[in-house]
Every structure is written in C-alpha cells, then in structure tokens.
Design a protein. Sequence first.
Length: 312
Amino acid sequence: MPLWLCLIQKSMHNYNLTHLKELEAESIYVLREVAAQFERPMLLFSGGKDSIVMTHLAYKAFYPSKIPFPLLHIDTGHNFRETIEYRDAMVEKLGAQLIVGSVQESIDTGRVVEERGFNASRNKLQTVTLLDTLEKYKVDCAMGGARRDEEKARAKERFFSHRDEFGQWDPKNQRPELWNIFNGRKNPGEHFRAFPISNWTEMDVWQYILLENIEMPSIYYTHERDVFWRDGQWLAAEECMTLKPTETVERKRVRCRTIGDISCTGLTLSEANTLEEIIDEIAASRVTERGSRADDKRSEAAMEDRKKEGYF
C-alpha cells in the first residue's frame, strides 16, 4: 500500500477515534446530569443497538458502582426471541435492575384495544403502557436512545425534553439549552425525557460498538429466517403475523438494521456477519434505518403524532 494512502487511513482513524470519544464524553455528561437532577430516573431499554449503547455508556459513567437507575422495557409480547434472551443475559451480567411494562397486561385490563387485520400492530399500544408504567413508579425522567438523525420529529427534541402532566410533548414548549446547561425543573405530575445520544448518527453508533467491542444480539447479523414481502419490505413470518392470501413465506438471509415490535420491523437482505461488514453496508446504503420501520409509514407525520401522545 502506498505511503500516502497509509497516512490518510491513519489520519481518518485518529479523527474517528477522537470524534467517538467526544460523543462518549458528551453522553456520559448528560447521564450524570440526569442522575444529579432527578429523583426517580429510568433508562428505556428496547434491546436495540441504541439502547444497548446507552446502557454501556451508563455502565461506564458510574463504574465501579452499578448503574444507579432501573432499566425499563416495554414488552409488546411480540418481540423477537433473540432480543428478550439478550436483555435477560445483559441484565444479569451487569447486575442491573429491570422493570417490565406489559402491553398484553394493558390489553387484558382494557386499557388499550388490540388492533385487528393484516396490518395490526402493538407498536402504538406501547404508549399507554409506557405512560402507565412511568406513573406507577413515579418516574420523573425517562432516558432513551433516540437520535436526531433518525427522523425529522426527533430532530426537534432537546437533550432534556419536557412532557406535561398527560405525558404529552409540545414541540413549542422546549427549555433552552445554552452552553450545555440543562434545565430539569418541572411541575408536579410532569416529567422529562432525556436523550443522551441525540448527536450520534447510525454510523457513530456502529463504530462505537466496534471500538468498545460491545456484544450485540445475533439478530443484527445475517441469519436465515422465514420472511414474506409486504409494502416494499421483508417482514418476519412469526406466529403473531397474519399473512394475506397473496403472500408467501420464503427463506432468506437477512438481518435487522433497527429492532422493534415484530409487526413493524423490516428485515434487510444481507450477508454482513461482522461489525466491520455492517459498517461497510451502512456506508453504502441509500435507505435510512427508519425506512425499514412500517410504523413510520402510516402517515407523513406518524412519528410526531405518536410523540405528542406520549410515545418515545
């Protein structure tokens, strides 16, 4: 390899390393600010890459002590088996406290009504379960792994994002954040959402996972799975999915780029079996990661509408 090319690659490596360490420091600062300002914070854990990185950052932020707040998982009952297995193993390894809010319980108690039909999803039902769980445990700040580059509605959020007494978000009612000064003042019954990795991109997340050698759920790597084609994407042919008469199940090599409820998680045809291959695949992709989420396609303002109702 020519010397000039070696020097360019070394320079880019040093830049990426510095960039990732700056993002890490910023996120750890936000996590510590949450712990300092709020009495009952929780970290939302979905089993996806962003919440995994968030948990890793929390571990580093408070080491050698344990993570000083519980992890909260809103279980739709239609999760990928690999996600739940990873969640339970990680919680045991870290010695963290896990709280689970159940969408199935919300259905059984009449808090929500399950959707019917071929496109039925429990994803939207999570909002009620989340708000009920936050109220039950008197949570005053819920931390999540949302990033500004994911979707235009999320780009409007601050690091500390205010929610009213109904758990709703008003984009016009935002606290100013000048010189990284975060204002967590609220009235009784209100709470905040905090987004410590707001400034990260999808590429940053994967490069950080590689840098820190973070173990990931197997579903993020290529594997064989029964899938079917619907509305421009491959979906998992799991028991909770109802196929139309015209849809057929095929066996494909796929992986998840983003993980949510089975009903709305699109799968990507892929041969990426290592972190390096995933990073190369993302660099060449012309489709955003949210482009594989069926729930974002229900309307032009799908995400913002759900966030105003209390969705994360």
